[in-house]
Write a protein of this length. Structure first.
Length: 746
């Protein structure tokens, strides 16, 4: 039986680490697929549980310096790791400052800007720098030495390996020169050692890794904020008494009391009381929503005023909040197709860089010795060797896509836009045609009273009260719409006697001794009352259903009930047009109704009176024209079309969110979020492209510069110290650029 799980990985420090882990796990028996993500430091594995288990994966990668965190509830050690990294940086910085001081003085003295360093000071630093470099290499630089060991022992090389070889080479060369100074003086320039390179490079890299790790925590804070919404306890009625229990102990059917300012612990339905609930975390709407008996409530939302009791219907992992957390987490850990190129490069990067570094050293010795002398050629070759190993960091390349995806998906979740995976987010920015269902997407999906025409001397509220009192006795959806409208206007219902339903025509009843009738045109014709039936027919062609209120003597009023257009639909369609996207309405309703709704919201292409299978064919037709198509629907009768579309978008409301039915779910069925989702996709992809450009730019310029390619022309050679600074800056700048997404408005 195949299972798919995502596990955090301990010890993943760079993009090359991710490639090594993925390669090892993929080769194991029973593993169907494996996908690592450096941004989230995790691996998603599909495996046959009969052939292997996660513990085996961990055992396989442990010799390489990594391990799987298999318990989902395992304490997060990130804060401890950050504290250790911070201590290493704080202990290294003073040593680096001293080294930079010595380096700077030597450089300025060579340029005759300052006098040579006094002999006593020179001797002091001559003996101090080796001690400092030893601490830096074997204490702060221990992970890089382990990288070298694993490379020799297991043949796996990552970024730690490059740093370890480079700084170790500088240290060993300097140590040999110091130890055998007099012996080597005839052959080498023994006045130059590279202890300062070891010290400063390790400091810069440690600082860069610390800043990167701290920034990466900020990119994923959407999950943490969502988890913080979860209530820890619930006030449950058990055996007639209120008991405060852990939210994990709540079961289906429990009656839960929620007091003012309390968080709702699980999903459920109100059975007693009423209140206003802040559902902004689900809907993005800032205004609290009134809740009465029979209304649903969602875990993580905030009760703002009154007390109420509700029955638990979904608990634990079933709740909407739990599903949102799971979906956001999986989406942030998924890979976008655009990342494939970066992964391929990172996979071969380290071995190639090692070869290039040795070739550069060989070229300096072979070509440089006749022109510069062996001593100078060896010194320059060593500088190039170390510089290439240090600057050639694929970390920025590995971070370019996942950090932007993490921030983009998290930002979407805060806006009520749930994105299933990174591939969907990438596809969305290419969408050329958006196909929308009418009912529940452009319209509210339930009948509403849209107009009320009074043809008598009696006030509107009085007539509406009479009509609502009659309709309140009926179970018809149209009757519910009229009664609900009267309720919103706080109109009191009247006592109805002698109520009678007239099959296929309407109903009648007596109020205060007067017989009233409410129904369709057939009922009015039967009563023989004068009426303009032609004007009424025009209204019905627009998809409106008339409910006529009359007595035996005259028609009093006409209420028009229809599936009203969502207020945000008009602006959403206008915004999609501004983005250059064609909007098509695809509906099973009749052409007259569909055309009327399309005209209201500004859609110029309507495909009406279609069955679900016809909707599927319409999507295929646009795709055959080479169009990238997004389909927005309610996720039920639109399921085939949603599955066929390049991007399926489910319009979901409240707790019945169709998270699994589409690539994107818009909470509360708000179509304006569709425009935001497309803008978010475009912003995220723009950020990814910027990140990839800078990641490639650093390496394409830095490696030739460090290797001495420009030395014969301009005399330029990149010091390993500046190489370390550039490497650290590249990773931090990529993460920083991704974090900019948080501040942008969509």
């Amino acid at each position: 039986m195949t299972q798919t799980h995502t596990y955090k990985i301990k010890g993943m420090h760079c993009a090359s680490c991710a490639g090594i882990i993925e390669k090892v796990v993929k080769k194991m028996d029973g593993v169907v697929s494996a996908e690592t993500n450096y941004g989230t430091e995790s691996i998603k594995v599909s495996f046959d549980e009969r052939l292997t288990q996660p513990e085996v994966f961990s055992q396989e990668i442990e010799p390489l310096g990594y391990s799987l965190i298999m318990r989902q509830d395992a304490p997060d050690k990130k804060s401890d790791e950050l504290a250790t990294m911070r201590w290493h940086v704080l202990s290294a910085l003073p040593l680096a400052i001293v080294s930079i001081f010595v380096m700077g003085w030597d450089l300025f003295a060579q340029l005759s800007w300052v006098a040579a360093m006094p002999y006593i000071w020179s001797e002091f630093f001559h003996h101090l720098l080796p001690i400092m470099a030893t601490y830096m290499l074997f204490a702060v630089g221990r992970p890089y030495l382990l990288g070298v060991y694993r490379f020799v022992r297991y043949g796996t090389a990552n970024m730690d390996t490059l740093i370890g070889i480079g700084t170790s080479a500088a240290f060993l060369y300097s140590f040999i020169v110091s130890a055998f100074e007099e012996t080597l003086r005839p052959f080498l320039d023994v006045t130059h050692t590279y202890y300062d390179v070891t010290i400063v490079v390790i400091t810069f890299i440690a600082l860069g890794k610390y800043l990167e790790a701290r920034s990466k925590l900020k990119t994923g804070d959407a999950i943490e904020k969502l988890l913080n919404l979860q209530a820890k306890t619930a006030l449950v009625i058990r055996e007639g008494k209120e008991r405060e229990l852990s939210v994990d102990e709540v079961v289906h059917g429990d009656l839960i009391v929620v007091k003012p300012a309390g968080k709702i612990p699980v999903d459920g339905i109100l059975v007693d009381g009423s209140s206003y609930v802040d559902e902004s975390m689900v809907s993005g709407e800032p205004m609290p929503i009134e809740k009465n008996i029979g209304d649903s409530v969602v875990a993580g939302t905030l009760n703002t005023s009154g007390s109420f009791t509700f029955k638990a219907t979904k608990v634990g992992s079933e709740t909407l909040l739990a599903n949102i957390v799971r979906m956001v987490s999986e989406a942030q850990g998924s890979k976008a197709p655009v990342q494939a190129l970066a992964d391929k490069i990172s996979g071969v990067f380290v071995p190639v860089v090692l070869v290039v570094a040795f070739l550069a050293l060989g070229a300096w010795l072979l070509i440089g010795t006749p022109h510069l002398g062996f001593s100078q050629a060896l010194s320059s070759g060593l500088v190039s060797f170390v510089g290439i190993l240090v600057i050639a960091c694929p970390c920025a390349l590995g971070l370019a896509t996942p950090t932007a995806i993490i921030v983009g998906v998290g930002k979407g979740a805060k806006e009520g836009i749930l994105i299933k995976d990174a591939a969907t987010l990438e596809k969305l920015h290419k969408v050329q045609v958006v196909v929308v269902d009418k009912t529940g997407t452009l319209t509210r999906g339930k009948p509403e009273l849209v107009s009320f025409a009074n043809s008598s001397d009696t006030s509107d509220d009085t007539l509406l009260g009479i009509l609502a009192s009659l309709e309140n006795k009926s179970e018809h959806p149209i009757a519910h719409a009229i009664a609900a409208h009267a309720k919103t206007k706080n109109i009191l219902l009247k006592d109805v006697r002698a109520f009678k339903a007239i099959k296929g025509k309407g109903l009648q009843g007596s109020i205060a001794g007067v017989d009233y009738f409410a129904g369709n045109a057939a009922l009015i014709k039967e009563l023989g009352l004068p009426f303009d039936f032609i004007a009424l027919e025009r209204e019905t062609k627009e998809g409106k259903t008339p409910v006529i209120l009359a007595t035996r003597e005259e028609v009093l009023a006409i209420a028009m009930v229809a599936d009203a257009v969502k207020p945000e639909a008009v602006e959403a369609v206008r915004s999609l047009h501004k983005l250059g996207i064609r909007v098509v309405m695809l509906t099973g309703d009749d052409k007259n109704t569909a055309s009327f709704i399309a005209q209201q919201v500004g859609i110029d292409t309507v495909v009406a009176e279609v069955l679900p299978e016809d909707k599927l064919e319409t999507i295929k037709q646009y795709q055959s024209e080479g169009k990238v198509v997004a389909m927005a629907g309610d996720g039920v009768n639109d399921a085939p079309a949603l599955a066929q579309a390049d991007v399926g978008i489910a319009m979901a409301t409240g707790t019945d969110v169709a998270i699994e039915s589409a690539g994107i779910t818009l909470l509360h069925g708000d179509i304006s979020k569709l425009v935001k989702a497309i803008r978010l996709s475009k912003m995220t992809m723009r950020t990814i492209k910027q990140n990839l450009f800078w990641a490639f730019f650093y390496n394409s310029v830095g490696i030739p510069l460090a290797g001495g390619l420009f030395y014969p022309i301009f005399g330029w050679v990149l010091s390993p110290v500046f190489a370390g600074l550039a490497m650290a800056f590249s990773s931090v700048s990529v993460v920083g650029n991704s974090l900019r997404l948080k501040t942008k408005k969509i």
